[in-house]
Design a binder for this molecule. Structure first.
Ligand code: FE
Length: 350
C-alpha cells in the first residue's frame, strides 16, 4: 500500500471523514477530498447535489481552520485533500502564506466571484459574504445615532460597546481593514479609543454580544450579520426575542473623507491545494460552488450573502435593505493582519 493509501485507510478507520450522498458503487466515477471548516449541515446538501450532477463523490473532513491547516502542513505531499474550504480571509491568507494553495485559472470563477473577493494570485476564491455590522439596542439607540466604525472610538460611546476577543480572525480582519484604509498610526488611535469604550472584557462569541445588547448590558455590539439572521429565523423563542430587541446597522454608508467607504465585508472561501491529485475535479467543485444553484443554498443556509452578484440574497437578508461594501481588495487588507495583532495588543484589546 502506498503511504497515501495507508494514510487514507487510517483516517477512514478513525471515522473522521464524511461523504456526500452514497451513489451506487458503479455510478461513482471519481472522488475528491475536501477539508472543510464549515459545518457539515451547511455543506453536505451542496456536495450531495454536486455528486448527483457530476458523478464525482465528495469525501470531507470537518474541523476548525487552524487544525485543518496544521494537518495539511503535517501531511505534506501525502495529504489526501484536494480542496480547503474555510471562513474568513485571515484563514485563507494563512493557508496561502504557508504555500498550501495552487493558483487556479478559471474563467468561470473570474465571472462568478468579483475581483475584490478573490486572491490577487488566484489562490483562493470567496464563496459567501458576511458583514461585520453594528448592532444596537432598539430601546436605547436610534439608527440615526450611528454612522461609522470610526465613530465607535468617540468618547460618547464610553462603556457602551461589546465585542469578542481581538485574537479572533473576525476582529483581526476588521482591524486589518482599518489599517489598510487609515494607516497603522491612525488605526492605533482608533483601537485605543475603541477599547476605552468597551463595556466589559471581551468574552464569548458574536451571538453572546447580541444577547448582551438585548439584555441591556451595553448599547452596541460588533458582530457578523449571519448570527443575527440565524436568530431572526431561529425556532427558539429566546433567540427570536434577542433579534426583536436588537437592530442591525450597516456602517460607513455615508462615510466622511478618508473613512472606510462602506460596510466591512468578510467571506468564506476556498482554494485548491498544491498537493491535489484531482485538480480538474477539485476545480469543478469550486466552480460549482460559485454558480447560481449552489450559491443559493450555500449562502442562505447560514444566512450569508451570495458572493456571485447575479444571485439574490435570502429574503430575510434582503429585508435589511441594500448596503454598500467597503471596496478594498481583501487580499490587500489581509496583508495587514500582523499590524492588526500588534495594534490590538498595544491597545489592550484582549
Ligand atoms: Fe462565525
Amino acid at each position: 500500500m502506498s503511504p497515501k493509501l495507508i494514510l487514507n485507510a487510517i483516517l477512514l478507520l478513525a471515522g473522521v471523514f464524511s461523504a456526500s450522498s452514497s451513489l451506487a458503487a458503479d455510478a461513482v466515477k471519481e472522488e475528491i477530498v475536501v477539508y472543510s471548516a464549515r459545518k457539515e449541515e451547511l455543506i453536505k446538501p451542496i456536495f450531495d447535489q454536486f455528486t448527483k450532477e457530476t458523478g464525482i463523490a465528495v469525501k470531507f473532513l470537518s474541523d476548525d481552520a487552524p487544525k485543518l491547516i496544521a494537518r495539511l502542513e503535517s501531511e505534506g505531499v501525502a495529504s489526501p485533500a484536494d480542496l480547503l474550504i474555510t471562513v474568513d480571509v485571515a484563514n485563507l491568507t494563512i493557508a496561502k502564506d504557508k504555500g498550501l494553495f495552487a493558483p487556479v485559472k478559471s474563467t468561470v470563477l473570474e465571472k462568478n466571484v468579483p475581483a475584490i473577493y478573490r486572491d490577487k494570485d488566484s489562490q483562493w476564491f470567496a464563496l459567501s459574504k458576511r458583514v461585520r455590522a453594528i448592532f444596537y439596542n432598539k430601546e436605547k439607540v436610534k439608527p440615526e445615532d450611528l454612522s461609522t466604525y470610526e465613530d465607535l472610538a468617540s468618547a460618547r460611546w464610553k462603556g457602551e460597546i461589546l465585542t469578542r476577543s481581538s485574537a479572533h480572525p473576525y476582529n483581526q480582519s476588521l482591524l486589518a481593514n482599518i489599517v489598510a484604509v487609515h494607516g497603522a498610526k491612525n488605526a492605533q488611535k482608533w483601537a485605543d479609543g475603541f477599547v476605552a469604550n468597551l463595556a466589559r472584557k471581551p468574552q464569548g462569541g458574536d451571538s453572546d454580544q447580541l444577547k448582551a445588547v438585548a439584555a441591556g448590558e451595553a448599547k452596541l455590539a460588533i458582530a457578523n450579520s449571519y448570527y443575527y439572521g440565524r436568530m431572526m429565523t431561529s425556532d427558539l423563542p429566546e433567540d427570536k426575542l434577542v433579534a426583536q430587541k436588537v437592530g442591525i446597522f450597516f456602517p460607513n454608508q455615508k462615510a466622511g473623507k478618508g473613512d472606510l467607504t462602506g460596510a466591512h465585508v468578510n467571506i468564506s472561501g476556498g482554494g485548491i491545494l498544491k498537493t491535489s491529485k484531482n485538480v480538474k475535479n477539485a476545480q469543478k467543485l469550486l466552480e460549482f460552488l460559485s454558480g447560481d444553484h449552489a450559491q443559493n443554498i450555500y449562502a442562505a443556509a447560514n444566512k450569508e450573502f451570495p458572493v456571485n452578484p447575479l444571485v439574490k440574497a435570502d429574503a430575510v437578508l434582503a429585508a435589511w435593505g441594500p448596503f454598500k461594501n467597503e471596496g478594498t481588495n481583501l487580499s490587500v487588507w489581509a496583508t495587514h493582519s500582523k499590524d492588526a495583532t500588534r495594534i490590538a495588543d498595544k491597545a489592550g484589546w484582549k
